[in-house]
Design a protein around this ligand. Structure first.
Ligand code: ADP
Ligand code: TYD
Length: 210
């Protein structure tokens, strides 16, 4: 059996990733594809425990290096226990965030860690998605959406608008460096319009029938 398609969604906080991952999973299932919807940090029992450590509490709770190790530990568990088994079974996997989030949040914004991020990824993860949707949008609008939601997991949202602007630029840089893998999607539209563009790209790639 051939490996399933591995799709990630990336973007700043509040850009609509959770909404769009859910809509794409529904579209894929409706067209007959077995689809796993997952997220980072998290996506396996151990990684969900690490999620609590990194997303709650004081913004200065962890050094940048410790935070990088925690996100990487969570990703390794997620990959071993959730992503790989599903891909090996031929299922489509959609994840809300993956390694590009670490490249941008830890690598591009907190000191000169980018080289360490890349080395740790090569050593411990070594996998990239087949297709990555970057939902791009104005940080002020996205931040207002995210903070309106107040999930209690707002450590990064609490770092403010300038931080979100740096993140946006970091994601656009990554997309420009890997144009074959990335599709940049304008998130400043209705959820339905965004979802229609994403489905038109993803369904044929996943071998869906509709
Ligand atoms: P993320 O996972 O990127 O943080 P969400 O999908 O959770 O984003 O969306 C953040 C908030 O914005 C939610 O309250 C959601 O209902 C709302 N939202 C999502 N997409 C849109 C959109 N296209 N237009 C307006 N509001 C949206
Ligand atoms: P998420 O729950 O997707 O947040 P949101 O719905 O607000 O987009 O992700 C949680 C936070 O974790 C988000 O602010 C980004 C951050 N993060 C990192 O800093 N590094 C990482 O490797 C990952 C996966 C997430």
């Amino acid at each position: 059996m051939t490996s399933g398609l591995f799709i990630s969604f990336e973007g700043i906080d509040g850009s609509g990733k959770s909404t769009q991952t859910r809509l794409l999973a529904e579209a894929l299932r409706a067209s007959g594809r077995e689809t796993i919807l997952t997220r980072e940090p998290g996506g396996s029992p151990g990684a969900e425990e690490i999620r609590q450590l990194v997303l709650t509490g004081d913004p200065t709770r962890w050094s940048a290096e410790t935070e990088l190790l925690l996100f990487t530990a969570a990703r390794r568990d997620h990959l071993e226990r959730t992503i790989r088994p599903a891909l090996d079974a031929g299922h489509t996997v959609i994840t809300d965030r993956f390694a590009d989030s670490t490249r941008v949040y830890q690598g591009a914004t907190r000191g000169d860690l980018r080289d360490t991020v890349d080395r740790l990824h090569a050593l411990m993860i070594g996998t990239e998605p087949d297709l990555t949707f970057l939902i791009d949008m104005d940080p002020a609008t996205a931040l207002a959406r995210g903070l309106a939601r107040r999930s209690g997991e707002d450590r990064f949202e609490d770092m403010g608008l300038g931080f979100q602007e740096t993140l946006r630029a970091g994601f656009l840089d990554l997309a420009a460096q890997s144009p074959d893998r990335f599709r940049v999607i304008d998130g400043n539209r209705t959820p339905e319009a965004v979802a229609a563009e994403i489905s038109a790209i993803a369904l044929p790639r996943a071998g869906a029938t509709a």
